[in-house]
Design a protein around this ligand. Structure first.
Ligand code: ADP
Ligand code: ASP
Ligand code: MG
Length: 440
């Protein structure tokens, strides 16, 4: 069985939902994972922000506007009065629930519960639509099988143990529909897999059922070789290895959630990125095959902080790096890039929640300096060290740009550069010119 995930734009209106129906209505049983309709998660977060700020009037205004969008969708989506009435009835429960928070004490828990309504509503609307069209659609509640532990890591065993019996109990279903993004946490509260997390839901579900393929349907024809939002003349990459795709997702290619490749890689399930607006396009196939001698794509990760720690005694002091990394570990702060020399080490982090505490500790073992507002530019492809000339092409592309750190050799498929935020665009554009468009 395949798992197909459709993102916010793909289910963003009645018309789009009808296109999704045409894509999935091919007689094959499948699991369809949906995001919230585009704009909904942002609206729900805005509503929550007003409730935090104890401004229920502003929240109610946004709730009313959001509700109107759903009324319109229901009007346009269904042909029959019966299904319009069913959907309106269900919708009322969701909006009653959202409105109930305008009268309560508001905490992070309530925010998560409100935000979850987006996926709960899109799947409700879509499964009614499938049923109206004559398919036997079964709605699988993600909150009954998707759970994360205290470290916010998905519990894969729990997922299998709860999802598989649901599939078994509904053997005569044509299509299963479920929510991406949402889950329960270790305390049994409603939670989520972080923004964009529906991709992660799909790959976790795919791995749990040993799916034949995981398809991520979105609004573009696959992974492009550079960020199409800011770089011109980008083009889709036909094939990526799991490692290449994971690196691009982690280092900023928004088309994929940063962690969604790992479950598919571990379960050896191919992932296909496809375009709902252009279903015939080839898209990108992500599998365990590596194409040799090719640089595939570039991505950028923003809001990076670089920290340098110098110690005159680093060379002699074995255990120095361990002490440095223990500090990051104790504040649960992952390190992305690392460059070392005899007298010092530079590292980058993207989560500066505990930056001050980390700096205070580091100052006890060396001289520390910090550069904020940096960007990691990640170049991905077959970058095995024995391939000659690839790294020099990357370096050529940044010959006029100040580069704070370069990391190469950490894996066979990545070179990372750290530049200032203000240099991000010209770095990305120059890399496209040098690496993909032969314009340098
Ligand atoms: P969805 O709502 O379907 O999950 P997203 O907005 O999360 O869609 O991801 C798709 C978007 O990712 C595209 O519209 C595109 O603008 C953006 N994007 C950023 N980098 C890339 C890239 N390298 N290749 C393709 N799309 C990218
Ligand atoms: N709806 C969620 C978001 O907007 C999850 C997703 O779309 O993947 O972040
Ligand atoms: Mg997304």
């Amino acid at each position: 069985m395949k798992v197909l995930k459709f993102g916010g734009t793909s289910v963003g209106s009645a018309t789009r939902m009808k296109s999704v129906f045409n894509i999935i209505n091919n007689g094959e049983k499948k699991i369809v994972v949906l995001s919230a309709m585009s704009g909904t998660t942002n609206s729900l977060l805005e509503i929550a922000a007003y409730l935090y700020k104890k401004n229920p009037d502003a929240a109610v205004e946004l709730i009313n506007t959001l509700e109107l969008k759903y009324f319109r969708t229901i009007e346009d989506l269904y042909d029959t009065k019966e299904y319009k009435a069913k959907a309106m009835d269900d919708l009322k429960h969701h909006f009653d629930y959202i409105r109930s928070f305008t009268k309560k004490l508001f905490t992070l828990f309530e925010e998560k519960a409100i935000v979850a309504q987006g996926e709960l509503m899109s799947t409700m609307l879509f499964s009614h639509y499938l049923n109206e069209q004559g398919l036997r659609a079964v709605l699988l509640p993600a909150l009954e099988f998707m759970r994360v532990n205290k470290n916010a890591e998905p519990e894969t065993q729990y997922l299998r143990e709860h999802l598989l019996p649901m599939l078994e109990a509904n053997k005569d279903a044509d299509i299963f529909v479920t929510q991406g993004f949402i889950c329960l946490n270790a305390y049994g509260e409603i939670d989520n897999l972080t923004r964009g997390g529906s991709d992660y839901s799909a790959s976790l579900i795919g791995a749990a059922i040993a799916a034949e393929e995981i398809q991520i349907w979105t609004d573009i024809d696959g992974m492009h070789n550079n960020d199409p939002r800011v770089v011109e003349k980008t083009s889709p990459v036909s094939f990526l290895s799991f490692d290449e795709a994971a690196e691009l997702a982690y280092f900023g290619a928004k088309i994929l959630h940063p962690t969604c490749i790992l479950p598919a890689k571990l379960a050896k399930i191919p992932v296909r990125l496809l375009n709902t607006m252009q279903p015939e396009a080839q898209g990108t196939l992500i599998s365990n095959k590596t194409e040799m001698h090719k640089i595939k794509a570039v991505a950028a990760k923003e809001n990076i902080t670089a920290i340098k720690i110098k110690s005159g005694r680093m060379l002699l002091a074995y255990g120095f790096l361990r002490r440095v990394f223990e500090i990051f570990e104790s504040y649960q702060t992952p390190v992305d890039m690392i460059c070392t020399s005899e007298v010092g080490v530079s590292m980058t982090i993207d989560n500066d929640k505990h930056l001050n505490e980390i700096l205070d500790e580091l100052k006890k073992i060396g001289t520390v300096s910090v550069d904020k507002n940096m960007v990691i530019i990640c170049v991905v492809g077959d970058l095995d060290w024995e391939n000659i000339g690839f790294e020099s092409r990357v370096i050529d592309a940044v010959k006029d740009i100040p580069v704070r750190m370069i990391s190469y050799g950490g894996s066979n498929h990545n070179i990372s550069l750290l530049v200032k935020d203000e240099d991000k665009l010209r770095t990305l554009r120059s890399l496209s010119d040098y690496l993909f468009n032969n314009e340098a």
